[in-house]
Design a protein around this ligand. Sequence first.
Ligand SMILES: [Zn+2]
Length: 345
Amino acid sequence: MQGSERRVNLWPVPELPDVAVYVDKIAERTVGRELLGLRLASPFFLRTYDPKPERLRGLKLLAVSRLAKRLVFEFEGELFAVLHLMVAGRFRWDDKTPGTPAKLPGKLGLAGFDFTSGTLIVTEASTKKRASLHLVEGRAALAAFDRGGLDVQRATLAEFAAAVRSERHTMKRTLTDQTLLSGIGNAFSDEILHAARLSPLQMSTSLTDEEMGRLFVATQGTLETWRALLAAQPGFPEKVTAFREGMAAHGRYGKPCPTCGAPIQRIVYADNETNYCATCQTGGKLLADRSMSRLLGADWPKNLEELENARPAAKLPANPERSTKVPKPAKAPRAPRVAKPKPES
Ligand SMILES: [Zn+2]
């Protein structure tokens, strides 16, 4: 168990529900308010030269919205601030002295949007400064940011199915590939696949229509359920955490599946792991990722019963391979990499 938390990225990437909740909570506090000024603490944060940040001063904020995982702040006069948090970007809200710009945190502070109601602070707790701000004028300029993966919350089943089937990958990869689907990361992909009762290593191109329908419902349902849960928490969201009370599979290695009670399994890769329930998602089969299979050889348990006796396997050293992706599917079409079927007992 102790390996579970250690492996996971310290800074979980904000996923769609997190961004959606940021949008709502920021809008509640700032829409209709005047911007007193935009302070930039990091020269790398702002990626555009024109319009200048000074143009926003004294303008009223009309709306906050979401464009995939970007947040869009619409000011009077069709001036837009488009913000991407990337991995370690976060917001804080400081309204201790409304009307007076709040102090930006030393190393972390990227920018402060000083509204008459308080300061929206943007932070990034990483030496790699990847969060970005673009200031653009006019709706045509804003539309240029609308590209990449499908916004699954606004998609139809047909659009969703087309995106999922457009490239052949494992389902884990397809769900988290931002060029295919937007806003789903490691945590929510585990939850979606558990809800859809699909294997993380099932190939995206081999889903039946029935499975696709299940996946679509699970995707929209999981994201909306979590958005609502996060939105219901009081106050401003100061943290984005990978593990949340109530998740079914993600971050719950070894704990009982809430549906069937069997222990949640995992596939470890690079700094992450995929969690799934063998009983609910893979017909009882344990999935071995490539390097783990090699490492463990014949010792890799093939079913739940064997795993119970092989728990120390979880304490093996971290995956020596430096790959950053879920194991890639083979180039030639073939069955996903799953353990050979064996009788349950
Ligand atoms: Zn289960």
